[in-house]
Design a protein around this ligand. Structure first.
Ligand code: 13P
Length: 342
C-alpha cells in the first residue's frame, strides 16, 4: 500500500481518528483528576478499555498509540496492535518526545525527539503501525507566538514528516495552537494562518509528499477563557476559510484535534465545518475529519473511575462520543443524539 492509500483509508472513509497517545505524565494527570493513584497497570487497563470497546471500528479508522502501549498486551493477551487491527482500525503511534521550554524563548516550547527518530520509526513499522504523529505546541498570548518558535517547530515537523515517509509511515503533522487562553476568534485566525503558512513552507522545502500527509490542526475558535464565545457557525466559517487560504490542495486530509472543548461542542463545530466544506464556493479539496482525544475519552474516563464493574458503561459512553463525532462527519449529528443512548 502506498502512503497515499494509507492516508486515504485514514481520512477518506467518513470515519475519524482516536488519539490515545497521552504521555505517561499526561495520562497520570488524567487518572489523578478522577481520584486515582496512577500506575502502569491502571494506564494499561484504561487503554485496554478503549481499544476493546465493541464496534469502535464503525466510527474510528485509526488510533494513535504511545510507546508504552505499543509493546504491551491487552488483558486478553493480544497485542494492542492486534486488537486494533481485528477491529478494523489502523494502528499509529506518537513519536515525538514531548514539548520542552525553548531556550531564549520564554513561555514557548519546542518539541523534541528528532535524534534517533529514523531507527525508532523503523521499529514502529515492524511492530505494525502505519502512521505516526508529531505534535508542536504553539503558545498564544501577548507578543506570542514568536517567529523563532513558529519556525523552529515547523522545521521539526517537516523533518519528522520526511523521516516518516522514508520509513513508509504516513505523518500526521500537528501544529497545535493552545486554545486555553482568552484570545479571540480573530487572534486565533491570524495566528493559525501564520503557523500553517510556515509549516507548509517548511514541508515544501523539506521535500515532503503532501498526498501522503495528514494535517492535524486546531479549529479556529476563541480561547476557552475568552469572554466572547462566538457561535458555532462563525467558528466553522473561520476554520474552513483559514484552511482554504493555507492548506495546499494535494494534502491527503485534515483531522482536527479537540483541544479541551467538550465532546458536544466539538461535534457541533465539526458538523458545521463539514456542512460549510461541502457547499459550492467553500468546498475543500481535502476530506475533513476528527482526531480527538479528550472529546472522545473524557466522559468514559469519569464513568470508569478505575473499576472493573464500570467498564461496560464506560465503553458505551466512549462509543457514544465516537459515534457522535462520526455523525458530525456525515451530516447526521444533532443535539437530540446526545439524549439518546448509544
Ligand atoms: P485533544 O483532542 O484532547 O486536543 O487531543 C488531540 C491530540 O492528539 C493532542 O496531541
Amino acid at each position: 500500500m502506498t502512503l497515499s492509500d494509507i492516508a486515504r483509508k485514514l481520512v477518506g472513509q467518513r470515519k475519524g481518528l482516536l488519539a490515545m497517545d497521552e504521555s505517561t505524565t499526561t495520562c497520570n494527570r488524567r487518572l489523578e483528576s478522577i481520584g486515582l493513584l496512577p500506575n502502569a497497570e491502571l494506564r494499561r487497563d484504561w487503554r485496554d478499555l478503549i481499544v476493546s470497546t465493541p464496534n469502535l471500528g464503525r466510527c474510528i479508522s485509526g488510533a494513535i498509540l504511545v510507546d508504552e502501549t505499543i509493546r504491551e498486551t491487552a488483558r486478553d493477551g493480544r497485542s494492542f496492535v492486534a486488537v486494533l487491527e481485528e477491529a478494523g482500525i489502523i494502528p499509529g503511534i506518537k513519536v515525538d518526545l514531548g514539548a520542552e521550554e525553548m531556550a531564549a524563548f520564554p513561555g514557548e516550547k519546542i518539541t523534541e525527539g528528532l535524534d534517533g527518530l529514523r531507527g525508532r520509526l523503523a521499529d514502529y513499522a515492524v511492530l505494525g503501525t502505519r502512521f505516526a504523529k508529531w505534535r508542536a505546541v504553539i503558545s498564544v498570548g501577548k507578543d506570542l507566538p514568536s517567529r523563532g518558535a513558529i519556525e523552529a517547530n515547523a522545521h521539526a515537523l517537516a523533518r519528522f514528516a520526511a523521516l516518516c515517509q522514508e520509513a513508509g509511515l504516513v505523518p500526521i503533522v500537528e501544529p497545535e495552537l493552545l486554545m486555553t487562553g482568552d484570545d479571540t476568534l480573530e487572534d486565533c485566525d491570524r495566528t493559525t494562518e501564520l503557523v500553517l503558512r510556515t509549516v507548509f513552507e517548511q514541508l515544501r522545502v523539506g521535500r515532503v509528499a503532501l498526498d501522503g500527509l495528514i494535517l492535524k490542526p486546531n479549529m479556529v475558535s476563541p480561547g476557552l477563557k475568552c469572554p466572547i464565545q462566538t457561535p458555532v457557525e462563525a467558528v466553522a466559517q473561520a476554520t474552513v476559510q483559514c484552511l482554504l487560504r493555507t492548506v495546499p490542495a494535494d494534502v491527503a486530509g485534515v483531522a482536527f484535534l479537540s483541544g479541551g472543548q467538550t465532546g458536544e461542542l466539538a461535534s457541533a463545530r465539526l458538523m458545521a465545518i463539514n456542512r460549510i466544506a461541502s457547499r459550492p464556493g467553500s468546498s475543500t479539496p481535502w476530506p475533513l475529519t476528527f482526531s480527538f482525544a479528550r472529546a472522545i475519552q473524557w466522559p468514559a474516563l469519569q464513568i470508569w473511575a478505575g473499576r472493573d464493574e464500570n467498564v461496560w458503561r464506560a465503553q458505551v459512553a466512549l462509543f457514544k462520543r465516537a459515534n457522535c463525532s462520526r455523525a458530525a462527519l456525515i451530516g447526521e449529528y444533532d443535539a437530540e443524539m446526545e439524549l439518546r443512548s448509544a
